[in-house]
Design a protein around this ligand. Sequence first.
Ligand code: GLN
Length: 304
Amino acid sequence: MADTEQKTAWTVGRLLDWTTAHFQQKSVEGGRLAAELLLARALNCKKIDLYTRYNLEPTEEQRTQFRDLVRRAGEHVPIAYLLGTREFFSLEFTVSPAVLIPRPETEALVQRAIDFCRQRQDQTQHILDIGTGSGCIAIAIARYAPNAQIVAVDISSEALSVAQANWVRHELGDRVRLVQADVAALPSDAIPAAGFDLIVSNPPYISEPQWSELPPNVREHEPRTALYGGVDGLDFYRQFATELPARCSTGAILLVEIGYQQQDAVRKIFCDSPNWQYIGSHRDRTDPHERVLEFQRSVTNPSA
Ligand code: GLN
């Protein structure tokens, strides 16, 4: 009797095993890690604490909360939205369905931006972050580069309130300014007198054919406006190539994230313009693809 009870009791260990199998069967992102994160949330403990509680039985209330999280994960609601946070560049960010969930490949862009600032550490670097979403790019740069002065823009007021929460959380004061605007209509007081030294962006770049191939946790839950970049996915790069030169200081750098098959097409868009020079590409060490392209505003501008 005691034996049977032991076997059927819903201990932490059994809940994790069952949920991991359930997530595998339903192709939920994250597998066992997702199960652990959700159970830790329901138990209000750290993921690592689950291991010392393996044989404990959560209370009915905790199990109800866990069951609800598992059900929503089974509907492909991203784990980051269920938890309300995601780690990016070793920092914790608040996220909601109003913003794209920060991704590891974007860390390559942040790393390059920090290196850029460190190479010029005796001077304030004026940076523009276009389509800031959760604010993760601007905030991570500001946290690690004390000379960075950043204007982060987004057209979505819902996204900006998430960025605002992250700005408060990371205590950045006037080093990061959040502005609701399209990059084509930046308020003049947001533009530094000599232009921006560095412009960064992870724009929407999913094309029409790629849209239908996105996994359901992305396609059905993350904001389409943060993902869809027009029929060929390249609309924002075209806009940047034409509109950003007027916002740049002499010799300014532009860093853009791209889709893994877009390198040649994006290079061409910028190099067809006399205003830009291709500098190179960057990638996160875990990523097989070059995901960040670097361009420089041409120092002599024939079209100016
Ligand atoms: N990397 C994201 C994805 O593949 C897309 C991000 C973007 O469009 N900027 O889901």
